[in-house]
Design a protein around this ligand. Sequence first.
Ligand SMILES: [Zn+2]
Length: 442
Amino acid sequence: MVVVGTVMHTPTHRELQVLEHVAVVVRNGVIAEVLPASSREAVEACEAADEVVRLGARERLLPGLIDTHNHAPQWPQLGTGLDIPLEKWLFDYTFPLEARYADAAFAADVWERMVPTLLAHGTTTAVYYSSIHEEATLRLAETCDHFGQRAFIGRVAMDHPEGTPEWYRDADATAGIDASSRSIDAIRTMGSAIVEPIITPRFIPACSHELLIGLGELAGRTGSLVQTHCSESDWEHGYVLQRYGKRDAEMLSEFGLLRRGTVLAHGDHLCDDDFAMIRSAGAGVAHCPLSNSYFANAVFPLRRAQEVGVHVGLGSDVSGGPLPGLLPQCQHAVTVSRMLEDGVDANQSADSRGVASSRVDIVAAFHAATVGGANMLGVAAGLIEPGRFFDAIVVNAESGDSGLHYYEGIDDETRLFEKIVRLAAPADITSVWVAGRRVAGV
Ligand SMILES: [Zn+2]
């Protein structure tokens, strides 16, 4: 396949690159070449291709979005339940809903609605928490494979008698470790090219010491990636300090869970020492700006993390974050960074109200939503360049009612990029590919 048109992507968190009128040559799901469209090589590639997609004048090709933190079983409560703090939200709303996934038919019905919806929003890769249930988790993996979404699927491990309800937990540490191990085997046995398991201790407050040790060993033994929540809120961060006298990231490191590719969700209360540890481990943070506004009690310092070289992806945190897609999260990442920089309480003096040099722009946010997440996960995606999977979306800047329009004589490519990231709705996303397979769009 060859896609001919203009590409927009962000090789670094400071740089938007626009490749005007190029031919993106895709072989076996991987970008083989990016050529000037008028070159002889490009013309020959088009002649030899089984399919040539020529973008319209106002269509742009961008890398697909990588949602690095999403709780799939919370999909039915998306948009609700945002009125109480995290520790109460879990017990009142979330654990009762997640417990229902003991019913695999219920689970399959949710997955079959959710995965195509997220693809239509341009989410080409998702890092999912499932529930504690092995069958529901395997169904989620199968559903992603069926619809063609690249995914990391984690059976949630949680056994702590105080941090979890007795009607929704692993029976004990051994049962939790065994179930996670079987879940890894079951997903790997599928032989999917795009779906992998990920070890998923919910977070330290929900896990016994023995479970955390066992899952660290399981990660070492299987080479599976790991995801968990880390220093999310005052309560969660404070709980770990009280239980262990050490910070969340330090304890995850001691458990063998802070590894290359580990996804730490939220991280709003991480300090500079934590960032250094995360960076040297090759782990990263799933920044969930909208969810954090409801539950984290603080703003994640995205700019500081990017500048010290920590991998940062963006996450929807469905359903702590009440929106499905990742483009809106780019907007929220910018918005909350402005609030962090300026501060929020007008009764404080302007010079002490905020945290200087905290603001990010839409380029930095889109970088996190694409190649930042890809680099954290070790997935060759996130940019339209040779050697990377063709995980990509087409946005049409003249398709609908989202307010996304290109004004001749006013807009240029930089402004169009900003408009796309801030305004594009699913109706404007006219094609979505994962590994060269068209998975959504017309
Ligand atoms: Zn979460």
